[in-house]
Design a binder for this molecule. Structure first.
Ligand code: G6P
Length: 381
């Protein structure tokens, strides 16, 4: 397939802009738009065999890189909505030190390309060691991928196709968004089956997802220019810290990874509550702190962690809703996103971070789509 930049300076920027459309496609493919709470069928249409999710006691997810970050959001959703203990493994670690086998376990391999050697090897290891086991220990494998014709799709009996379209930029953006959508759908489906969440609440979450395409468009439209200007302040910056908590902790990791990958600026993502156990020692006026502070269970906590950073003279950038007074007073700079249900928020908070990385790297004159030392898919160990 010939993919073109369509007037965008880089594929990465084009792909960031494709995200509202990707979310729309995912919703069309996987959500029953006429579903009402109380209806006797699932709101989600993943077409998974019932054996895959029946009597589930554990879930383990194998992935690398950005897919590993999407998996951390997935863990949060699967635990908090579906009530299933879930672990996220680095595929490169699991393959040489597999955790002890647990019963009635669903193993999910997440790989955009479907070709990452470590992820495929981890899944093969799992499949092989379980093949001789009694029924409750047999492997149940599911893949989440953007390439339904990939090696992953041949290895596992079932996949969720993320339908993001080919991604050219090495730094994953729209495929991350689509992986997140897959995890929302899976968690809602399993929560529906297990009745761990009231149908009314599932309806609210689905409504929240339906609002996303328009909200993403709004974030892109309102922030693109602003972030481009803001990026000038950080062209010479050497270190960044990203903090978040709960469902937005993985977004802090992803924001930091995006910056490292394409701008070559050192960046670390931390759960905000861990700052006091080490990383706060790094802070001074030269180290900006990007905090993801969305109203919900950990809002006040993140704000107070951000204030601790301010007390060390760090410049504070907040990804936060526009209308939050305390947040406005806490942050030097705002990257506003719509005030949404906390559980939906990662799908929005990641976008300003993608734009920030993109513009810093572009201003530094770097090869955004082909960063040094990195490959789009790593098919060797
Ligand atoms: C490479 C890419 C990353 C990607 C990772 C996992 O390192 O540069 O952007 O997140 O592989 O790729 P996958 O195709 O397995 O999702």
């Amino acid at each position: 397939v010939m993919v073109e930049k369509q007037g965008f300076k880089h594929f990465m920027l084009k792909e960031i802009y494709e995200q509202p459309g990707v979310v729309r496609t995912c919703l069309e493919k996987y959500v029953d738009s006429t579903w009402q709470p109380g209806q006797a069928t699932s709101p989600i249409r993943l077409n998974l065999a019932p054996e895959l999710t029946a009597n589930l006691e554990n879930i383990q997810i194998m992935a690398c890189g950005t897919s590993w970050h999407a998996s951390l959001v997935g863990k949060h959703l699967l635990e908090q909505l579906a009530g299933i203990p879930t672990v996220v493994q680095y595929a490169s670690e699991f393959r040489y030190a597999p955790s002890p086998m647990t019963a009635n376990t669903l193993t999910i391999g997440v790989t955009q390309s479907g070709e990452t050697a470590d992820t495929l090897a981890a899944l093969e290891t799992e499949q092989q060691r379980r093949s001789q086991q009694p029924a409750h220990l047999q492997a149940r494998l599911l893949g989440i991928t953007n390439r339904p014709e990939s090696s992953l799709a041949r290895l596992v009996p079932a996949i969720i196709d993320t339908h993001a379209g080919i991604e050219i930029g090495v730094a994953a953006t729209k495929t991350f968004m689509a992986q997140l959508m897959a995890f929302y759908f899976l968690a809602i489906e399993v929560a529906y089956q297990r009745k761990t969440v009231a149908p009314q609440r599932l309806g609210e979450i689905i409504d929240g997802l339906q609002q996303l395409p328009a909200q993403l468009e709004q974030v892109l439209e309102s922030q693109e220019r602003y972030v481009e200007t803001l990026a000038h302040d950080f062209v010479e910056t050497q270190d960044f810290i990203y903090i978040g908590r709960g469902i937005n902790f993985p977004i802090a990791l992803e924001g930091a990874l995006k910056l490292k990958e394409i701008s070559y600026i050192h960046a670390e993502g931390y759960p905000a509550g861990e700052m006091k156990h080490g990383p706060i020692a790094l802070l001074d006026a030269k180290v900006p702190v990007v905090a993801i502070a969305m109203p919900g269970t950990v809002f006040e906590k993140v704000l107070s962690n951000a204030q601790e950073a301010r007390a060390r003279d760090a410049r504070l950038i907040g990804v936060t809703p526009m209308n939050e007074q305390e947040a406005k007073e806490t942050f030097d700079t705002l990257l506003p996103v719509p005030a949404v249900d906390e559980i939906i928020s990662p799908l929005l908070t990641v976008v300003p971070l993608q734009l920030l990385s993109y513009h810093i790297a572009a201003l530094r004159g770097l090869d955004v789509d082909q960063p040094r030392n990195l490959a789009k898919s790593v098919t060797v160990e």
